[in-house]
Design a protein around this ligand. Structure first.
Ligand SMILES: Cc1cc2nc3c(=O)[nH]c(=O)nc-3n(C[C@H](O)[C@H](O)[C@H](O)COP(=O)(O)OP(=O)(O)OC[C@H]3O[C@@H](n4cnc5c(N)ncnc54)[C@H](O)[C@@H]3O)c2cc1C
Length: 432
């Protein structure tokens, strides 16, 4: 069987909603740009509070990272607690870490309330040490997490690792039972259904081309022009993450689109699957150029990584599939003869300080910058931004740090520096 170059998850969910038939309304209270977790969670929350919401999506519901990801619902942020403290200080670190924990509860609550059939479970995550020094660093993290946040995460020494992973290449690991896993595309579809049930209009194939301030009937607001017509809205939330484009140039200068790629094997025999991931956890390693992997509910090995730095094209997907297959067999020699059935890519939204950001720029609200930790955080920040737009006094730690652009401002949306960054991180993985 030849490899299907599309997300495996797309074959498990019904993502397209009303297609081009849903007209772009002439007027709304809130226009949301982008129908991923951020936009959909915000739309659901706003519509439940009685607002007229129009979600404007360039492609189809969940088309971006939200239906392509690993489905890992992770505690913490991209930066470790030590890195966060060095960057934003002790108080904000505590707020950000607590927000990450709250964000997982938030996903769990939404899934339960809306009865979203997305196989959510609190299966925990396992981070595996790629080098002996990384395991020593994990021991420091475990100690810091207990001391600072009163949370127990568990170290697994190399000799006990077989109870957690059927691979011999790692030097120990760290288990955090607070994390979870889900089917990302079904979660996106479920969020969209919930938003629609609450009254939001989801307009697909309605790429936003511009957002301009425009008063109407004496009220301040915005004229949002899409390829399928204009909508006037009192407020706008931009939720475009790694796919942020020219309609919001100031945000585009602050978000770096980075490719991440995944392969999925055929369904594995149950005994083999249980040997590879005995406790069904979400797994990732400790490198900068990391690998992340898990079993799907039907027993496939889903194996991802930053095999190419650039966003997805047919060429990068093919090259990445070959690289990831070799990497997967290095981790799990047991999979040498397993057939890879799917390969795909998606675009992550990194920021120059590696932190998520949420706030207001030029009068327009935004939330983005999840750097590979967006399943829970995008849901959470979408809902928080909705509460803020509904008039609640919301103070987010991610809104209290400046949202930087590139050093010297030398970036307008084409990430020319990615090859250099790629070399730098490969170098760090080699020496650290
Ligand atoms: C391969 C991969 C693996 C990942 N794995 C994980 C993981 O395991 N765990 C985790 O926590 N995170 C993971 N992530 C990150 C996570 O998927 C994202 O952070 C999250 O989905 C972001 O959601 P979002 O709604 O902000 O953006 P997206 O889901 O990317 O949605 C943005 C939407 O905006 C639309 N859009 C863009 N421009 C316009 C416009 N002008 N007009 C209208 N619409 C527009 C796009 O079409 C897109 O649908 C992964 C990401 C990728 C790519």
């Amino acid at each position: 069987m030849s490899i299907q170059e599309k997300p495996y998850w797309w074959d498990t969910a019904r993502l397209e909603t009303d297609g081009p038939a849903m007209p772009v309304p002439e007027r709304a209270d809130i226009a949301v740009v982008g129908a991923g977790y951020t936009g959909l969670a915000a739309a659901r929350e706003l519509a439940r509070r009685g607002a007229r919401v129009a979600v404007l999506e360039a492609e189809t519901t969940g088309w971006g990272a939200s239906s392509r990801n690993g489905g890992m619902v992770l505690t913490g942020l991209k930066l470790s607690v030590a890195e966060l403290r060095a960057k934003v200080g002790r108080e904000l670190t505590a707020e950000m870490y607590n927000a990450s924990m709250e964000s997982i509860d938030c996903v769990e609550r939404v899934v339960q309330e809306e009865k979203i059939d997305c196989t959510f479970s609190r299966c925990g995550h396992l981070e595996v040490a790629s080098k002996p020094g990384h395991y020593r660093r994990m021991a420091e993290w475990a100690e810091g997490t207990a001391r600072e946040f009163g949370r127990e995460v568990r170290l697994v020494p190399r000799e006990a690792l077989a109870s957690e992973i059927g691979s011999r290449i790692y030097f120990g690991g760290l288990v955090d039972e607070g994390s979870g896993g889900l089917n990302p595309a079904r979660y996106a579809a479920g969020l969209a259904d919930a938003a629609k049930r609450a009254g939001a209009a989801i307009c697909e194939h309605a790429r936003v081309e511009s957002i301009e301030r425009a008063a109407r009937d004496g009220a301040a607001g915005f004229r949002v022009t899409t390829v399928r017509g204009q909508v006037w809205a009192r407020e706008v939330l931009v939720a475009t993450s790694g796919y942020t484009g020219g309609a919001t140039p100031e945000l585009r200068r602050r978000v770096v689109p980075i490719g991440s790629y995944i392969i999925a094997t055929e369904p594995l025999p149950a005994a083999l699957a249980a040997e590879l991931v005995p406790r069904g956890r979400m797994i990732f390693d400790s490198k900068h150029f990391l690998h992340y992997f898990r079993l799907t509910p039907d027993g496939r090995m889903l194996f991802g990584g930053r095999a190419a730095f650039f966003p997805e094209t047919q060429d990068t997907i093919r090259k990445s599939a070959a690289i990831l297959r070799c990497d997967m067999v290095r981790v799990y020699p047991q999979l040498a003869s397993a057939t890879v059935e799917y390969a795909w890519g998606g675009t992550l939204d990194f920021t120059f300080d590696m932190l998520p950001h949420a706030g207001t720029m030029d009068g327009v609200r935004f939330a983005m910058g999840y750097a590979g930790h967006g399943v829970a955080m995008a849901t959470y920040l979408g809902m928080k931004m909705a509460a803020a737009m509904a008039g609640e006094d919301v103070s987010l730690p991610f809104g209290r740090v400046p949202f930087p652009t590139a050093p010297l401002g030398l970036y307008w949306g084409r990430p020319w520096f990615l090859p250099l960054a790629s070399l730098w991180y490969r170098f760090l993985d080699w020496v650290q």
